[in-house]
Design a protein around this ligand. Sequence first.
Ligand code: ASP
Length: 274
Amino acid sequence: QGDGEYEDGLAVAYRAGAEVLDKGGTALDAVCAAVVSLEDNPLFNSARGSALRADGSIQTDAAVMSGDGRAGAVAAVECARNPVTVARRVMEDGTAVLRTQIGAPTLKSWGLTVVDQEYLRTPGRVAQLENVQAGRIPAQTHGTVGAVALDLRGRLAAATSTGGMVNQSVGRIGDSPLIGAGTYARDGVVAVSCTGSGEAFIQGVVAHEIASRVRHGGADLAEAVRDVLDDEVGRRGVTGGIIAVGGNGRVVVAHNSPAMFAAFDHGGRVTVWS
Ligand code: ASP
């Protein structure tokens, strides 16, 4: 695929989120709409198009957090079309923040769409796993999707969804569904969503560390994102990328991976950055 298809996918997802905000909707609804769009797009490593585990199966992880402190997340979901909607449902339910072992009966009882592994698995991902297992390409390719938003009432939200790392062991959970690691939002401070080698983001509690540096250390958001990427990810010898929006609407995108796609509003135009 050429970069153009990724850019188109990003722009469509951005507009799905922006439409919610333009109508006065919440940041939470906006990030979910954007992530659903990316999940449905097979080019990205989430839901349909997820990276395959070592045994060829797909397990997806997702999280949402609203800046008021509410959060929901799911890990190792095998049959949801849109894992971010499952995370949202866990959040709304309010009895748990992170859930696993969510199967078709639960999804159906929540009115969420159930799909099979064949829907989630794409030929490109099958070939990728074969190439990784044969040692022809490295496993360190990312592609997790995420969105961050600030709405008209000043509320922040973040959402992240992933198939995890290519060739990972069954049951391995990355940073994406862990609140504070791959996903975090706090009103008035920042909303953050991460992609990259999940273990470093967990060990460095990256998303929360960025919020802490801004909130307690008075750091500039761009500086906090860059420094935490260097200190907690680069220092561990791995790569990743971060998107963030501050309580004042400042958007920051940073990565130390070879490439990263992001779409954001730039003077009223959707800009896709790579
Ligand atoms: N961060 C994800 C994980 O570790 C993978 C990725 O971003 O590609 O599960």
